[in-house]
Design a protein around this ligand. Structure first.
Ligand code: BES
Ligand code: ZN
Length: 624
């Protein structure tokens, strides 16, 4: 057995060694280095969660009951936890429970602490009574002031990558799938929603809320997809199987913005087969949500920063929806296989966009994606430029760069171009069916690719440097280079501005993608005078589109364009999306004066950010 040594405290090491016994035949083939759990010996199959939400104390408290498959009768159960207070553990057969000896090992900075339980020979269930910490890394507790309505508090979870363990004791590895049932008790005036099937009686506005919600997830899912939100929510139907949940103040806008969701589902189904999760709903969160979106099954969590008013940023929905195939159906077995989730998803996202909004838009999005990848490749160390990234000893949240996303998508595009869409589409559809509801490694993918696609056409296969794509930094010389006609006039206009000869017309018709491309052309090149002229002409400091505004503020910080400074502060204090924050803070800290401002802004903004964002920003600005 290969122990993930760099991670283990001594006590955990002893636990694992004893848990594995000395029989080499029982040693696992490969363990997830980001989990203490031992699913090859005892595997969690089902979770019954019963918790109460206390906004006063900022804790969840209650029980998690786990159904176990005992593969090795002699083995202890090992679970992942982080900052949980475990008050009791019982084990039994379901009818009867009896106290079981347990121990919480030393906490690792990245992994949290293992919880080991001695199981009686016949036990098939354990019940753990516990409470979360107010600082649980998956949970964000928002005061009423941080919501749109300002009347009620809000709570939401973010379990990916390894934060589920901070609110539920479980085997927190994507290699383990389980079904679940949950009972959530909340203050009476609030709604509770989970990424799972729920009782829609509660959707009737005339029915008073009971403060007692029941959920059920009948398909086996990995722990990183378990999700919960509690707040003052309204539900707006968009089609028979899609709805938006949001605070009443933004629900109408969100339902309009996302009204093409049903078309997107149909487009994906046309390509990759039936949508298997019954419903697809979208929960729009308060602006502190650290991500653009999170593909919690049946209920995507989304940032309100994509509500641009013109559907220009809805590729986010196409993306999270695409995960219903790539990720939620076929899941990465460990975080080093993360590109299987995100690379496939970006590829599928663009195919959906192409069907719903046309080829021109999908191309622009691909070009913008390639630009982000090139920027990241220029900054990242070689080891972080590979798809099959080695993350042992590191926080898997570090792997969230455009490499998994855009390089992964380019790799699939390369295969598509060589084999042709007909063969590649059939392959991908077969892949999703073949591995449905399983968690797979990169090696399993390549074996399947060779067998089902490469074997059909040796000459085509020879054109794809498979190993290079997966294990080498940078991009193969044969990598596809998406281009877009729509960016030609934009490039010309940017060049003219930079040469000091602003063109007089042509901007009126530009879409969001063209504006983004235009602004990116100024990166590292524009001085204050140029930015002042651009701002006079286009009022960019007042831009209402969050992507355009962020790109503009980045230029402003770069060039020291002071009239935009108040907006920089306002933006950093009102938005918690890590992708927006990180580049701005990184740019700010480059100068002494900027660093001082970054620290001053961060001191005020930090309490409003999610723990996942503060971990990142602390490392840039310094923890307070
Ligand atoms: N699953 C990811 C978000 C994620 C990845 C959370 C890794 C934690 C760890 C989600 O599907 C995603 O990729 N979101 C993107 C948006 C997308 C349009 C590229 C984001 O949040 O920026
Ligand atoms: Zn994704």
């Amino acid at each position: 057995m290969r122990l993930p040594l760099p991670f283990l405290s001594l006590s955990a090491l002893l636990v694992m060694t004893s848990a594995c016994g000395s029989d080499p035949a029982k040693a696992p083939v490969r363990r997830d280095p980001h989990s203490f759990s031992n699913p090859e010996q005892v595997r969690v199959r089902h979770l019954e969660l019963d918790v109460e939400v206390s906004f006063e104390r900022k804790v969840l408290s209650g029980t998690a009951t786990l159904n176990l498959e005992r593969r090795d009768r002699g083995a202890q159960l090992v679970l992942d936890t982080r900052d949980l207070r475990i008050s009791a553990v019982e084990a039994g057969t379901g009818k009867e429970f009896a106290a079981a000896p347990f121990a919480v090992g030393d906490a690792d900075r990245i992994l949290g602490a293992p919880l080991t339980v001695d199981l009686p020979g016949d036990a098939t269930k354990v019940r753990i009574r516990y409470e979360t910490s107010p600082h649980a890394s998956a949970l964000q507790w928002l005061d009423a002031a941080q919501t749109a309505g300002k009347q009620h508090p809000f709570l939401y979870t973010q379990s990916q990558a390894i934060h589920a363990r901070s609110w539920i004791p479980l085997q927190d590895t994507p290699g383990v799938r389980m079904t679940y049932a949950a009972r959530i008790r909340t203050p009476k005036e609030l709604w509770s929603v989970m990424g799972s099937r729920h009782d829609f009686r509660l959707a009737d506005p005339k029915e008073p809320l009971s403060g007692d919600f029941n959920f059920r997830m009948p398909n086996p899912i990995p722990s990183y997809l378990v999700a919960l939100a509690v707040g003052n929510l309204e539900r707006r139907e968009m089609s028979t199987r899609t709805a938006v949940f949001a605070e009443p103040e933004i629900a109408p806008k969100a339902a309009r913005e996302f009204e093409d969701t049903e078309r997107m589902i149909k487009a994906a189904e046309g390509l990759y087969g039936p949508y298997r999760w019954l419903r697809y709903d979208i929960l729009v969160l308060p602006p502190s949500f650290p991500f653009g979106g999170m593909e919690n099954p049946l209920l995507t969590f989304a940032t309100p920063t994509v509500l641009a008013g013109d559907k220009s940023l809805v590729s986010l929905v196409a993306h999270e929806l695409a995960h219903s195939w790539s990720g939620n159906l076929v899941t990465n077995a460990t975080w080093r296989d993360f590109w299987l989730n995100e690379g496939f998803t970006v590829y599928v996202e663009r195919r959906i966009q192409e069907v719903v909004y046309g080829e021109a838009r999908a191309r622009m999005e691909a070009v913008l994606g390639l630009q982000e990848l090139e920027e990241d490749l220029a900054k990242l160390p070689p080891g972080d430029q590979v798809l099959h990234i080695d993350l042992a000893g590191r926080d898997p949240d570090d792997a969230v760069t455009s490499v998994a996303y855009e390089k992964g998508a380019l790799f699939l595009t390369a295969i598509e171009q060589v084999f042709g869409r007909e063969r590649f589409d059939a392959f991908l559809r077969g892949y999703f069916d073949h591995f449905a509801f399983q968690s797979i490694t990169t090696e399993q993918f390549t074996a399947y690719l060779k067998e089902k696609l490469f074997a059909l056409d040796g000459a085509a296969a020879a054109q794809i440097p498979l190993e290079e794509w997966l294990t080498q930094p940078g991009l193969p010389v044969s990598a596809p280079r998406p281009v877009s006609d729509a960016f030609e006039p934009v490039d010309a206009a940017a060049a003219a501005w930079l040469a000091g000869q602003p063109p007089s017309g042509g901007f009126g018709e530009w879409n969001t993608h063209q504006w983004l491309h235009f602004l990116r052309a100024f990166s590292g090149k524009a001085d204050r005078a140029t930015l002042a002229a651009l701002d006079r002409r286009f009022r960019l400091t007042q831009a209402g589109n969050s992507e355009i505004l962020q790109q503009w503020l980045l230029l402003a910080v770069q060039a020291g364009y002071e009239p935009a400074y108040p907006k920089v502060e306002e933006f950093l204090r009102s938005v918690g999306r890590r992708k927006f924050l990180k580049p701005l803070y990184e740019e700010l800290v480059k100068t002494t004066e900027g660093k001082r401002r970054a620290q001053a802004i961060y001191a005020k903004a930090r309490p409003g950010y999610h723990p996942i964002a503060t971990t990142t920003i602390d490392s840039i600005v310094g923890a307070p």
